[in-house]
Design a protein around this ligand. Structure first.
Ligand SMILES: [Zn+2]
Length: 398
């Protein structure tokens, strides 16, 4: 199926200039002439055309030589002028966030899609919601899903059980059949806009790497703690998905050989071990003698409540133990703790840091930083902006 065009195709000279700018944070016209080996007059004319078409933008500033009169303008791909709709199909909440491709969030609204209805009806509802909410057609739609997802293939089926026939009574995140094969081309056709589908934790990792605390890190690992445990890996600014798209599925690291059976077909997975232990809110509720909500617990942690902070530090320690081998293999320079925890993430980071320093060699933990994410609830939309920018530039150069 043909890709949906974003703009009319670039001519070869224009494509050359854009491809040079893809991997750089801007260049002057003179630098572009050197990098493309095109005459300066050709570069100047091409840049003027591309600025006119909204592909490039320029700023006058620091790049110019000092004392040489007017500083030279820096030319960049214009990401601020392009917009993505980040559609989050979460476990308990759905939303649409309008975000510029440079990462700035513009607007957010709730979404109520029935994921169990037939695909055609979902597509129609999704298209209506995106267009109604955006007020204009976004350049790219990024759909975030709370399950592993491999581009071009889809979500892995739950082993042993056909879709919709899992023998579990506990309410589970609905896994619509249409996600079992990648529907992004069909969605692109229906919406008239490129659509990319990605796992939510991967997007949060990309968000913190592109626009948050992991900006500038070489290898960062984002650790999601609530509601599910998992990791997103970003190496050199690019998401590392692994061969099958399930890199970082830490919830299914086996921590107990004789543990409970897990939905994934394994036994003693980290996620089952945690689910059977007391949860944060259960533990705090027992101590308080009343029910508490997660938000209250997180705000107590942010306020320095010693009991809640102790619980979170212990959680950091328990997460760190199955991560030891992973950290040793990957040698990251930064572990980012769940942005959604807000100020409560610091206590989890303390537990992680302590155990990793205690259980790994100095070679591994030297230079490894553990820091809370800073994007709170906008990590996923920020990651959607990074992915949408990649998609937009790829289409420009196609
Ligand atoms: Zn499992």
């Amino acid at each position: 199926m043909d890709p949906v065009p974003i703009l009319a195709a670039l001519r070869p000279g224009e494509r050359h200039v854009v491809s040079v700018l893809r991997d750089r944070d801007g260049a002057t016209r003179r630098e572009l002439a050197e990098l493309t080996r095109l005459p300066l007059t050709t570069v100047t004319a091409t840049v003027a055309l591309l600025i006119g078409r909204g592909v490039l933008t320029e700023t006058v500033g620091a790049h110019g030589p000092r004392g040489a009169g007017r500083p030279a303008a820096t030319v960049r791909i214009d990401l601020a002028g392009r917009v993505a709709a980040a559609v989050q199909l979460g476990r308990t909440q759905q939303s649409v966030t309008l975000v510029r491709l440079d990462g700035r969030v513009l607007d957010r609204g709730d979404l109520h899609l029935d994921l169990t209805q037939p695909f055609e009806a979902t597509v129609k509802d999704l298209a209506d919601a995106v267009h109604r909410f955006s007020g204009r057609s976004p350049d790219v739609v990024v759909v975030s899903v709370a399950m592993p997802f491999r581009q071009g293939v889809g979500a892995p089926p739950i082993p042993m059980y056909p879709p919709g026939e899992t023998p579990f009574t506990r309410p589970r995140y609905p896994r619509p059949e249409w996600l079992l094969s990648d529907p992004s081309d069909l969605l692109s056709r229906a919406l008239g806009i490129p659509v990319v589908i990605e796992n939510d934790i991967n997007l949060a990792a990309l968000g913190e790497a592109g626009h948050g605390v992991a900006r500038g890190a070489h290898t960062s690992v984002y650790l999601s703690v609530v509601p599910g445990f998992g990791a997103g890996i970003v190496i050199g600014g690019r998401l590392f998905r692994g061969a099958g798209g399930v890199a970082g599925e830490l919830a299914h690291i086996s921590v107990r050989e004789d543990g409970d059976l897990c939905l994934c077909g394994n036994r003693g997975c980290f996620t089952t071990a945690r689910r059977n232990g007391p949860s944060l809110v259960d533990d705090i509720a027992t101590a308080f003698g009343r029910t508490v909500a997660l938000e209250e617990v997180l705000s107590l942690a942010a306020g320095g409540d010693v009991m809640v902070r102790r619980w979170l530090t212990d959680l950091g320690r328990s997460i760190a133990r199955p991560l030891i081998g992973f950290v040793t293999m990957l040698n990251p320079d930064l572990l980012v703790v769940d942005s959604a925890l807000g100020p409560a993430a610091e206590a989890v980071a303390d537990g992680l840091r302590e155990t990793i320093e205690h259980r790994t060699s100095a070679m591994t933990h030297h230079g490894l930083d553990v820091r809370p994410g800073v994007l709170t609830n906008s990590a996923v939309p920020a990651g959607a902006a990074v992915l949408a920018a990649e998609c937009y530039i790829e289409r420009l150069l196609a």
